[in-house]
Design a protein around this ligand. Structure first.
Ligand code: LRH
Ligand code: MN
Length: 397
């Protein structure tokens, strides 16, 4: 049984907790080795908003859905009205806007980093249109990830590409409204396998700083080498006031896009702990966008999303229970075991009862997964979408 003060801490933590859903997490996605179709998967933007609305209905903490411009608003800024209509219909708002400068043929050798000025211009035009879409939708964050890089040594001038990126990102920053931010996401490899132009947190930080004050760094938990200490990167970015947001998922090997906390829940706990420690030390609320970035190739997509949100809530609440006064005392005296025990005690606290209590107090289902399974939503979606989904051809080569 957890203490009253821990229950109060749980309520305080969840009252301020929100996590954004990725529209692409509801769609039939796969790997290069195949795509296993799900009859109830979402294809249209209406279905993606509907599924996001259902997850928000049963969890209460997912009021926004991230949009990927080419996949969700192929008509560009002409789609704004339709998106606003869907937002009203399903009770979830459009969240971060993700330009796509990695799919089109013109981006074979890159987008903003491409030696061909025409490709750089095409990429910038798309990004600037994405800024317009974000402004039209009232979305705060432009979320930027670039597949740019090379596959073989000596095939590209890395410094020229760096300079072209700085140029493009500065121009993008200049178009942002005062209420907007741009988040620069780094990734060490894939699809480029020799060098990636924005490969780690340091490169993303320098790019963001060079672009302007509204540019921050986005940490995708799947974008790190095995041995990297992600929470140390988080602690540094907080200290530099350069942490803008997260793409949460989990991995065993590389950018596996597995469900958050399924492989290493203590990793997520340590990340949230660094954020609570920063807020306690500075008395400042860290201005961070929590977002999920997963593709559900095997698990039921809506169930995987609900499971992920429940895991995020649980790990966030556990991290909020760390006794920071006690921790600081042991840290200053290098009392290692006692200091570590402050984290382990919080991590091993069973907070599920307190979370159910919080949900009840908000008129939300105590058990979101059960509420979803008993709603008949999946059966209805399956019936409506099966024929179209199961007729889709999928082959890699
Ligand atoms: C790249 C990435 C990026 C998205 C994509 C769906 O690996 O993490 O954030 O645009 O996945
Ligand atoms: Mn990502």
């Amino acid at each position: 049984m957890i203490s009253t003060s821990q229950t109060e801490a749980t309520f305080r933590a969840l009252d301020g907790f929100q996590i954004e859903l990725p529209s692409w997490g509801f769609a039939n996605t796969g790997t290069r080795f195949g795509k296993f179709l799900q009859p109830a998967a979402a294809t249209t933007l209406d279905e993606k908003f509907s599924d996001a609305g259902e997850v928000h209905r049963v969890t209460g903490v997912c009021p926004t859905v991230a949009l990927h411009v080419l996949w969700d608003t192929p008509n560009g800024s002409r789609s704004i009205g339709a998106v606003q209509e869907l937002s009203r219909k399903y009770g979830v708002r459009p969240g971060s806007i993700n330009p796509n400068v990695f799919q089109d043929q013109i981006y074979k050798y890159g987008s903003l980093g491409n030696p061909d000025p025409a490709a750089r211009k095409a990429a910038l035009d798309h990004i600037l249109e994405s800024v317009e879409i974000a402004q039209g939708l009232g979305s705060r964050d432009l979320s930027l990830w670039f597949a740019d890089g090379s596959n073989y040594p000596g095939t590209q001038n890395i410094r020229h590409r760096k300079a072209w990126f700085e140029e493009g990102l500065k121009e993008t920053h200049g178009r942002l409204a005062d209420t907007q931010r741009m988040l620069v996401e780094y990734k060490p490899f894939e699809p480029a396998f020799y060098h990636t132009d924005i490969a780690d947190w340091g490169m993303a930080l320098l790019m963001a700083r060079a672009a302007g004050p509204r540019a921050k760094v986005l940490v995708d938990t799947g974008h790190h080498y095995q041995a990297q200490n992600i929470e140390q990167i988080v602690a540094w970015l907080l200290a530099e006031d350069m942490l803008g947001g997260f793409h949460f998922n989990d991995r065993r090997y590389a950018d596996d896009d597995l469900t958050m906390g399924s492989i290493d829940p203590y990793q997520v706990f340590r990340i949230f702990h660094e954020i609570f420690a920063f807020e306690r030390e500075t008395g400042k609320r860290a201005d961070i966008a929590y977002m999920i970035d997963q593709s559900h190739n095997l698990k039921g997509k809506i169930e995987a999303m609900i499971q992920t949100v429940a895991t995020a809530e649980e790990l966030f609440v556990k991290a909020s229970l760390v006794d920071h006064e006690k921790l600081a005392w042991h840290q200053e005296r290098c009392e290692l075991v006692d200091a570590e025990t402050c984290l382990k005690d919080a991590f091993s606290t069973d907070v599920r009862g307190a979370i159910r209590e919080w949900a009840r107090s908000k008129g939300l289902p105590e058990d979101p997964m059960r509420a979803f399974r008993e709603s008949g939503y999946l059966e209805k979606a399956t019936q409506e979408r099966r024929e179209r989904n199961m007729s889709a051809i999928t082959s890699y080569a």
